[in-house]
Design a protein around this ligand. Sequence first.
Ligand code: AG3
Length: 290
Amino acid sequence: MTKIKEDKFLPPESPEIWFTEKHTNNCGITFKVNKTLYSGRSKYQRIDILETPEFGRVMLLDGLVMLTQKDEFVYHEMITQIPLFTHKNPKSYLVIGGGDGGTVSRVALHPEIEKITEVEIDEDVVNVSKRFFPEIASGYNDRRTKLIIDDGIKFIENSESKYDIVTVDSTDPFGPAEGLFSEKFYNDIYNSLTDTGILTVQSETPFYDIDATKVIYKNLKKSFPIVRVYLAFIPTYPAGVWSFCLASKMYDPLIDFDEKRFSAVSLPLKYYNKQIHKAVFALPSVYNVF
Ligand code: AG3
C-alpha cells in the first residue's frame, strides 16, 4: 500500500490564524496570530496569551484584549501618572485589580512612593503575567510592593489603612468586575483615602455607548467633589479611544499639576508628558456631558 504524502494536500502556504474581539454586534478588532503560548482557566476566568506579529504578546481574559506588548504603556502610564503628578506628596498607593502588574510597575517608577499595595482576586493572572510579560510585571519585584490575593470589594470594606492614591485597574463592568464600578465601592474607597486622596479608574470607551462612562462618572460624583474624565489613544481597545476618571477630594488635575516635580525627575515614560497631562482633559464636544 502506498503511503499518502500528507503535505501533498496542504496548500502551498500554511493557513493564517486570526483572532477577533467583537466590540459591538457589528464591528471589532482582528489581528493575525502566530501562536497561542498559553491557555488556561482560573477560578474566575479564561486566560490566553497569544503571540502576534503586529502587537507582540497579547493577554486575553475571557476572550477580551487586556493588554498587548505594543500599546500597554498608554493605559498603564495614563492611569498612574496623572494622579501621581496631581498629588503634591504621594507616599502610599493602592492598586485594586491590575494582576498583569503594568500599573504597579508604573507606580514603582516613582521614588517618592514608599508603599505600594495591590489587591488582585486572581492569582493565576499574576503568575501568567510574570511568566509571559516579565518586564510589564517587574513592579512585583520592587521591595515596596506588597501583593494581596483577595477580593478588592471585601478588602476595601474592611480596610483600616489610608492611601494617598487608589487606582482601580479592572476588566469591563460586567461579570466578575461589576461590583468594582458601584456607588458603594467608590464610597468605601473614599473612606480609605487620606484627606487629599485621589482615585483613578478605567471608565471604558465612550464611543459606542456613552452610558457606560456616564454611569461610572455619576457613581463617582456621589462620593467625590471633583471628578474629571480624560481620554487616551489605545489602538487595541474598543474604538481605540479609552476613558479614565480621576476622582479627588481636594486636588484638581489641571490646577494642581506638579509640573516642577515632573521636570525634575526624568522617568522612562513613552506617552505621558506635561503637554499630555493638560491636553487629555480637553474633551470632544459630544462628550461635553461630563
Ligand atoms: N483593563 C481594562 C481593559 C478593558 C478592555 N476591554 C476590552 N478589550 N473589551 C486592562 C488591564 C490592564 N492592566
